[in-house]
Write a protein that binds this ligand. Sequence first.
Ligand SMILES: NC(=O)c1ccc[n+]([C@@H]2O[C@H](COP(=O)([O-])OP(=O)(O)OC[C@H]3O[C@@H](n4cnc5c(N)ncnc54)[C@H](OP(=O)(O)O)[C@@H]3O)[C@@H](O)[C@H]2O)c1
Length: 261
Amino acid sequence: MKVTLITGASSGIGEAFARRLAGEKHDLVLVARNEKKLHELCDELMLEHKIMAHYVPLDLTRLDADAVLFAETEKHRFEVDWLINNAGFGSYGDFAKLDRDHEIGMIDLNIRTLVALTHRYLPGMRARKAGKVINVSSAAGFQPIPFMSTYAATKAFVNSFSEAIAEENRPFGIQVLALCPGSTKTNFHAAARMDRVIQVKGQETAEQVVETAMRAIKAGRTRVVSGTVNWLVATAVNFVPNALITRAMARGLRGKYQEDQ
Ligand SMILES: NC(=O)c1ccc[n+]([C@@H]2O[C@H](COP(=O)([O-])OP(=O)(O)OC[C@H]3O[C@@H](n4cnc5c(N)ncnc54)[C@H](OP(=O)(O)O)[C@@H]3O)[C@@H](O)[C@H]2O)c1
């Protein structure tokens, strides 16, 4: 059975993808740690849309997470036709003072598991000469960001990696998209303990981000920034040296960060 596998489907952008694609009759495999939330969401989507929805409660920072998930989809003979690498988290603060395990866990989730899952599922897509990989990156990946240093760097990796493998896999009928949201109304900021520090105005909804992704998929794009203002900023930073950007950002954020101590 062909399925769409979505990581981080228990809330935010991942949940919005699950709801949208269930409405378009995709059968789903949903992954996150919150088993209760996944169970309830699968029950709801199966009832409402008459689709199959399977859930896998799993901590994707685990070093064997890709192997565990691949074994599960193989066991059920699921053919992963769309892979949506969405699970991710951020952190905010002075890098030297941040929790080391938390920073490394972020790299494990935002980069290592994303790469490993993509590598696991590409061969099947190539054999079938079809497939979509949506890697949820961020507008934060377009420039280094002081006080969000690890997070912004993980998303720079996701942008670079996704655009490169998009070209490698184009001849096999596979589309790879780096989806770059700006600030979006989800649990992300609370999870990163950022909500007390940065008051974000003009956030998009998770549904708007998913709409952007679906339009980009239809248009055959390999990278898309969600939201006009986010796109303008992401484009403008190409014309400014990183040293200027990081100094200006650090000036603004250092004050806020120090107030937060
Ligand atoms: N919101 C924004 O402003 C924004 C902007 C740009 C990019 N993004 C990106 O969008 C993606 C989705 O984030 P979101 O905004 O929708 O935030 P969210 O509401 O916090 O959702 C994050 C999802 O990832 C899952 N997750 C977190 N850690 C996990 C782990 N160790 N193992 C398995 N699943 C895990 C969470 O589920 P459990 O807690 O149940 O595990 C949840 O389903 C992330 O990659 C984020 O970097 C977000």
